[in-house]
Ligand binder design. Structure first.
Ligand SMILES: [Zn+2]
Ligand SMILES: [Zn+2]
Ligand SMILES: [Zn+2]
Length: 225
């Protein structure tokens, strides 16, 4: 008899129906390039199926997946503020990155960098509020972000809250502790991946940038997960 005080999705406990979760995992493809948002989305499916993290891992192994690629903790990676500024400078464009805007930058239309997606936007397309970027471990460091990223971070926060409260409901004792603290290839947009690899492997900047000293604090690609 399911407990009436809990939503039905939790009442199934560990005996939940994992089929929908398995289908969602398969729909994401091989699973090596999952984004933070992808992993959160899959975690929502896991919770809906009433599965614990341990049960999830059993299914992932059966599916031949790399468990780490589906762990939300592994997606939260500490980012160096100076390195991020450096990377943003590489993505400077001539027009606003919002697909619905595309306003050309000029001396009257200033450009602003989004700390999360690292793209440039006009003032109207930046969010007036600042956000603590969870994925960068910048929760206590409000940053200027675009409107789309502000909405993304708000959704992520709600999903993480749900994961935490569900952990109590379905007796899932896994601790909430992001462990990885270095940059990895997966955390750099493909557009600047080559640039990032060059930065990570070199003690000095190859170009005329003013912030070369920050590169000393960039972990090399070899040591990244
Ligand atoms: Zn953004
Ligand atoms: Zn714009
Ligand atoms: Zn530089």
């Amino acid at each position: 008899m399911p407990c009436k005080q809990l939503p039905l999705m939790y009442a199934t406990g560990g005996q939940g129906d994992p089929e929908r979760y398995v289908a969602a995992v398969k729909a994401k493809g091989p699973g090596v390039n999952l984004t933070f948002d992808d992993v959160l989305e899959l975690e929502m499916e896991r919770i809906s199926a009433g599965m614990t993290r341990a049960e999830r891992d059993v299914y992932l192994v059966l599916l031949g997946k790399d468990i780490a690629a589906f762990d939300v903790h592994q997606k939260i990676v500490w980012r160096d503020e100076k390195v991020e500024l450096h990377l943003r400078k590489r993505l400077q464009g001539t027009q606003c990155s919002a697909p619905t805007c595309r306003k050309a930058f000029s001396w009257v239309s200033k450009k602003y960098g989004c700390a999360y997606c690292r793209l440039m936007f006009c003032k109207a397309c930046m969010d007036s509020r600042q956000a603590g970027i969870i994925e960068f471990m910048w929760v206590d460091r409000p940053s200027k972000v675009c409107q789309q990223c502000f909405a993304r971070i708000s959704t992520q926060r709600k999903q993480l809250d749900r994961i935490e409260s569900a952990a109590k409901l379905i007796a899932d004792p896994a601790p909430w502790e992001p462990t990885h603290r270095t940059y990895g290839k997966a955390q750099v947009p493909s557009l600047i991946e080559k640039e990032f690899n060059a930065l990570a492997g070199q003690p000095y900047c190859l170009t005329d940038c003013m912030s070369c000293s920050v590169l000393l604090s960039v972990p090399t690609a070899r040591h990244s997960p």
